[in-house]
Design a protein around this ligand. Structure first.
Ligand SMILES: NC(=O)c1ccc[n+]([C@@H]2O[C@H](COP(=O)([O-])OP(=O)(O)OC[C@H]3O[C@@H](n4cnc5c(N)ncnc54)[C@H](OP(=O)(O)O)[C@@H]3O)[C@@H](O)[C@H]2O)c1
Length: 238
């Protein structure tokens, strides 16, 4: 595939950063979007200055129109931003916490897709990052499961409505990224060991695993309206 311009929203950390590195390595021009300048600067270093960075908040609807106009033309856009909200027992989790999860993930994904749409090439694609919570029945995850299911629901509808732009998604299992930094280190390692034991491939995921799945969806021009689960098989045992 010839060099293309790919925008990675959430490109400054975890899955988005690894995707950026993978795509830059394949010769593409990549723009990373994130809120924190410090995180973007560190991501620029991690890509040896081969990617570009733009500071933008995906929940700031007013800023998105100008922001994406400044990035045109765009071949592909990866929505790798998310939220850790919406986790907790259904009977006691505050509705405001679940709503925040939707604001930070579902509405942010939708707002970015709408704002970027006029600038996405007809031969290009959109890639949403959902999450395995939507496919498992783990107690205490109803809020985050619903948000990830909402993102997944966009994929087939938009693949038809936005044609010929392709629309795909990735559903990551448990991936060792800074997303998990909300969990104290010792507890996180115990949790990862538990998930690794439950996962048929015997380990938790690396951001690189998801980056490779995203690169595949970008590169294959006949895959459309597809949600690619990349979880080491955890969905069958969780
Ligand atoms: N890690 C997992 O186990 C896992 C599992 C299933 C699904 N996922 C999903 O995968 C996606 C990526 O997660 P990750 O693990 O890579 O998390 P991460 O390491 O925390 O990275 C999140 C990225 O999104 C950016 N971001 C967050 N809110 C933003 C906003 N409003 N505007 C612009 N950028 C924003 C962050 O930068 P700033 O904070 O500087 O803005 C950062 O670059 C998320 O949707 C997550 O729900 C992850």
């Amino acid at each position: 595939m010839s060099s293309q311009h790919i925008v990675v929203v959430g490109g400054s950390s975890g899955i988005g950063l690894e995707t950026t590195k993978h795509l830059v390595g394949a010769g593409h021009s990549v723009t990373m979007i994130g809120r924190s300048k410090a995180r973007l600067d560190s991501a620029l270093n991690a890509t040896n200055g081969q990617a570009s960075a733009v500071q933008m908040d995906a929940t700031d609807e007013a800023a998105l129109a100008d922001g994406f106009a400044g990035l045109a033309p765009i071949d592909h856009m990866v929505l790798a931003l998310g939220s850790s909200k919406g986790v907790g027992p259904f009977g006691s989790i505050a509705l405001s916490n679940i709503k925040a999860g939707f604001e930070e993930k579902v509405y942010a994904h939708i707002a970015c897709a709408q704002a970027a749409l006029p600038y996405i090439h007809a031969n290009g694609s959109l890639i949403f990052v959902s999450g395995l919570a939507a496919q498992t029945a783990t107690p205490g995850t109803a809020g985050i499961a619903a948000a990830n299911a909402a993102v997944a629901a966009l994929v087939p509808v938009l693949a038809v409505e936005l044609a010929p732009i392709r629309v795909n998604g990735v559903s990551p299992g448990v991936i060792d990224t800074p997303w998990w930094d909300v969990v104290p280190e010792e507890h996180k390692q115990a949790l990862f060991a538990e998930y690794a034991a439950k996962t048929p491939v015997g380990r938790v995921g690396r951001a690189k695993d998801i980056a490779q799945a995203i690169a595949f969806l970008i590169g294959n021009s006949f895959v459309n309206g597809h949600m690619l689960t990349c979880d080491g098989g955890l969905r069958h045992t969780a």
